[in-house]
Design a protein around this ligand. Sequence first.
Ligand SMILES: [Zn+2]
Length: 148
Amino acid sequence: MLRAPAPQQVMILFVKITIEELSKKGKTYKWEKHHCDKCQRDMWGHGFVMRYFAEALDGVYLKRYRCPDCSTVVTTRPETHWNSIRSAILTIYRALKSKLTGLWPPGFPRQRGLHWLKRFIDLAKMENQNNLSWFLTFCFAKQLRFFT
Ligand SMILES: [Zn+2]
């Protein structure tokens, strides 16, 4: 009888690295070893994935790891960027902060800013926060994701 393969879990490992460094070094960047959180054993390299960020014209390669025991796959991501968002957290924070206390930063793409603002306001409403500027700073300081 055929058995379905165990569901493969994909997790994200946030690492201290800059987009600039990744762009410059590409696949030659020396990634640190990573242990499986479940099994505590060394994970094996599992190739790379290309991801695009606002700070680089071309895609950058991010390392993946796979646990030989439980098959968990981990994809790395710079800690400066939330999952599935191309812009840096700091960029988003600065743009929203600027708008909430006045205007968008000069030359900032308004369309993108409005999209972020709407999502931030949705979160603030869900959390019953009326002081948006304070709430934004609070989330940023506590390293909480301020939109989903
Ligand atoms: Zn494992």
